[in-house]
Design a protein around this ligand. Structure first.
Ligand SMILES: [Zn+2]
Length: 251
C-alpha cells in the first residue's frame, strides 16, 4: 500500500487522503467488465456476514530506537496477532491475500500517534508513554493494513477512517466511553469516531452487512454513495438526518 493512513484523535487532528485516478483511466480500456452485484441476501439485515478466515501474519516489533517501550510493544504484538483473525472476517476479505508479516515499529519523533503504510505500523513512543491504555490504536492501524484498498476508484478518506474506527470502537472496545457527537455541528464526513458511530447506527437499524459491503466496494474500486441507498433504501444524507435526530442536543 503506497499511501499512509494514520490514526488520529478526531478532535485534534485532521487528515486528507488525495486520490489519484489517472493510472486507472489509462488502464480502463483493458479492464474487465464490472461484475454485476448480486442482490443482498435479505437475511443479511439480521446477521453479521463474515468472510472466510485468512492466514494470520507473523507480527514483529522493532523497539531499537525506543527500548523502554518494549513491554507495551510486546503486548501490542500479542494483541495484533490475536485480533487479526477476528477483524479480517468482519471485512470483505474472501479474495484478500494478507502480508506474511506485520511490523510494529516504534519511533521517538513522528507527528501522528501512529500510521500504517504497507504492512508496517509505526507508533510514536511518547504517545504510548502518555496513553498506555491506547491499544485500540493498534486495532485501528491493523484494520488499515487489512483494508489495503487499490489506488484506483473512489476512496473517501472519511469512510476509510470511519471503517477503521468502527472496527476499533464498536468491535474491539465497545465498552469504552466515546466523545458525544454534537448533532448541530457534526457531519458523517467528519471521519473517525463520528463516521464510525454513524456506520454502527445504520448497521444496527438497517443492515448488518453494511460495513462489509462498503469495504467490498472500496476494495473493488467501485464505491459510490448510492451504496447506502442500495443497502437501506435511503440516501446517506437522509440516513444522517435520521441518525442525528436520535442524538441529544448539546448545549
Ligand atoms: Zn486511520
Amino acid at each position: 500500500m503506497g499511501r499512509r493512513f494514520c490514526w488520529m484523535n478526531a478532535t485534534v487532528w485532521t487528515f486528507a487522503i488525495v486520490l489519484q485516478g489517472s493510472v486507472c483511466s489509462i488502464l480502463a480500456q483493458d479492464a474487465p467488465p464490472p461484475a454485476t452485484r448480486q442482490p443482498a441476501d435479505p437475511l443479511d439485515k439480521f446477521v453479521y456476514p463474515l468472510a472466510g478466515s485468512v492466514k494470520t501474519p507473523d507480527v514483529t516489533i522493532d523497539v531499537s530506537e525506543t527500548p523502554d517501550v518494549r513491554p507495551w510493544a510486546e503486548r501490542a504484538q500479542k494483541l495484533a496477532h490475536a485480533w487479526w483473525p477476528m477483524v479480517a472476517p468482519l471485512l470483505a476479505t474472501d479474495r484478500y491475500s494478507p502480508p506474511a508479516e506485520i511490523k510494529l515499529v516504534f519511533k521517538e519523533t513522528i507527528q501522528p500517534p501512529a500510521y500504517a503504510a504497507g504492512s508496517t505500523i509505526t507508533i510514536k513512543a511518547p504517545w504510548i508513554r502518555a496513553h498506555p491504555d491506547d491499544f485500540g490504536m493498534v486495532i485501528h492501524e491493523m484494520t488499515h493494513i487489512i483494508q489495503h484498498y487499490p489506488r484506483e476508484g473512489k476512496k473517501p478518506g472519511w469512510l476509510v477512517e470511519g471503517i477503521a474506527d468502527y472496527i476499533r470502537w464498536w468491535r474491539y472496545e465497545p465498552e469504552t466511553k466515546r466523545t458525544p457527537i454534537d448533532p448541530d455541528k457534526a457531519s458523517y464526513r467528519d471521519s473517525y469516531r463520528t463516521t464510525a458511530w454513524f456506520l454502527a447506527w445504520i448497521t444496527g437499524k438497517y443492515d448488518r452487512s453494511l460495513v462489509r459491503r462498503l469495504d467490498e466496494s472500496l476494495r473493488d474500486g467501485k464505491y459510490a454513495d448510492d451504496l447506502f441507498k442500495e443497502s437501506t433504501g435511503k440516501t446517506v444524507d437522509e440516513l444522517w438526518a435520521e441518525f442525528t435526530a436520535t442524538l441529544p442536543k448539546r448545549m
